[in-house]
Ligand binder design. Structure first.
Ligand code: MN
Length: 319
């Protein structure tokens, strides 16, 4: 679409690789469906997930591919495009030379270092396998493969040097600083979270618009739960009687709004104190998943009164 910093396809590749790397298979499933809805071919997505094993290992890659297989099998009614298949390098190609050429082109200069003298096998594997076998498969452009790599590395802990290196590689494949910033923003909140997402929140579904997930962390002394909202999901206006509620934001971007007041935008690390008796709602932004830990402040008269949904007209005014 005109004016977009990244195309839908580029955004989808970044997000799919990011959830593959973080191992969040529930959110990955949503991202995979969106990718197919946006027109990515089945084989393009397969290539992203295959490439992932070079960056986050066979376990993450295999889990992502199994999730994608389930998605594809469930979409038999939709006309998803299969697309072209990845190619296998001809047996008589000198993979080391081929990979070195691709690596040098993408990195911008010949890659050298003490580490490769210390363990020469890893230098061979990088060239012959990653930059030859995998990159030669085609289907995705080198630029699309770098988008996938940046998305994945941005969702992993302790790989900052590699992320910085691949940001430069991304630029060598033609990505602008603005596009790189957008990839980092899209995937920045996606990390392997401390608390599991839990199950679909069926018990309270009638008080929510969109899909939420609930993981009760403890019921002893104080009720503490991890609540996750898909993009656009929010709870209805409600009041906590008795003790009120405290929210600790752990992931994504969302909102908290009290009746008659402007909405407050929320990010990872924000804390919201909700006094008893205050009518309010909380939920995700339209373009982001959102998670918070909800602490129900104990009280002898604790209860929740539920009211009307937050209507689309008001919600759509939020940025
Ligand atoms: Mn609340």
């Amino acid at each position: 679409m005109a004016g977009e910093v990244l195309s839908k396809k580029q955004q989808d590749i970044a997000i799919i690789s990011s959830y593959s790397a973080s191992g969040d298979l529930i959110k990955l499933e949503t991202a995979l469906n969106k990718g197919l809805d946006d027109g990515l071919t089945v084989n393009e997505i397969k290539e992203v997930l295959i490439q992932m094993y070079a960056y986050c290992g066979f376990p993450r890659s295999l889990n992502a591919i199994a999730t994608f297989m389930g998605v594809v099998n469930n979409r038999s009614g939709k006309n998803d495009k299969i697309g072209t298949e990845g190619k296998v390098l001809d047996l008589n190609v000198d993979k080391n030379a081929y990979g070195k050429e691709v690596q040098t082109k993408i990195v911008g200069s010949e890659v050298k270092g003490e580490i490769f003298k210390f363990a020469p096998a890893i230098d061979d594997y990088l060239k012959e396998h990653l930059f030859a076998d995998i990159f030669a498969r085609g289907v995705l452009t080198d630029q699309e493969r770098e988008i996938a790599t940046i998305g994945a590395l941005n969702s992993m802990q302790g790989v900052e040097p590699q992320l910085a290196a691949h940001i430069l590689c991304g630029k060598n494949t033609g990505l602008t600083q603005e596009q790189i910033d957008e990839i980092l923003k899209l995937t920045g909140g996606i990390k392997n979270e401390a608390f599991a997402t839990g199950e679909k929140n069926e018990a309270f579904a009638k008080y929510f618009i969109g899909q939420s997930y609930l993981n009760i962390l403890t019921k002893d002394q104080v009720l503490v739960a991890n609540v996750t909202f898909e993009p656009r999901c929010r709870n209805n206006w409600h009041i906590h009687n008795g003790g009120g509620q405290i929210l600790l934001v752990t992931d994504g971007r969302g909102y908290y709004q009290e009746w008659g007041k402007p909405a407050r935008e929320l990010h990872r690390g924000d804390v919201v104190n909700i006094a008893p008796g205050v009518k309010h709602w909380h939920g995700a932004a339209s373009d982001s998943w959102f998670s918070h830990i909800a602490i129900e402040v104990p009280s002898e008269s604790g209860s929740t009164d539920w009211f009307e949904p937050v209507n689309d007209e008001d919600y759509n005014k939020l940025k």
